[in-house]
Design a protein around this ligand. Sequence first.
Ligand code: NAG
Ligand code: NAG
Length: 195
Amino acid sequence: MKVSASILATTLAWASWTSANPVKLVSRVPDQTRCVEYQKYVGIYNGAYEQSCVHLVENCKDTVINSNITNPWTVKSCVAAATCEGIVPLIGLIQCTSGGQSLPDVQQIGYLDYPTIYAGIVGSCAWQEGGCPINQQNYIDFVYGALSDVGTDSWPDINNVINNWWKSITQWTATGDTVPYMNFSDWLHYSNSGN
Ligand SMILES: *[C@@H]1O[C@H](CO)[C@@H](O)[C@H](O)[C@H]1NC(C)=O
Ligand SMILES: *[C@@H]1O[C@H](CO)[C@@H](O)[C@H](O)[C@H]1NC(C)=O
């Protein structure tokens, strides 16, 4: 019963933390120049282009718009797309698209979903006391899994996945070789990646 007690504790901690940090929904559609840039540079992150990333971005955009989702960090393809596209261009691109104008701005978006997304990245250790951080292999598996889910016909260069996508996160969080939940959630809200 130790396991179920710690699952409960972790879930309650996450639930009470997210409800104590209410999210205000504000949306400002970027200006036309930015919209044109976001469209033109989709799939490019820190100067490197990956066709596979475009598939994640498109799936995220379609899912958010078609399902009227206000928190893209509850959608696997969106979290993966944020790490390959940059958060600012991803959210901006959706806000620039018909039907996506009501998506809140980056800092007002809700928290990364723990049970469905974060636990899916790190595995069952998410439910041990204190949870566990994302390691590089977790991240790689997550990205390839997300690509598989969207039915991609192209795959990224693994060196780009590690040295560009993953290391951009670890550099910002400054948590060493792994990234705990809170710090990854902070990266989604405050890093302004891809800006
Ligand atoms: C979509 O969400 C917005 C904002 O929450 C709401 O005003 C609108 O009615 C929703 N549309 C549909 C089709 O559910
Ligand atoms: C990671 O997040 C925790 C919780 O918000 C924070 O206390 C800690 O300072 C962060 N680590 C770094 C290196 O910023």
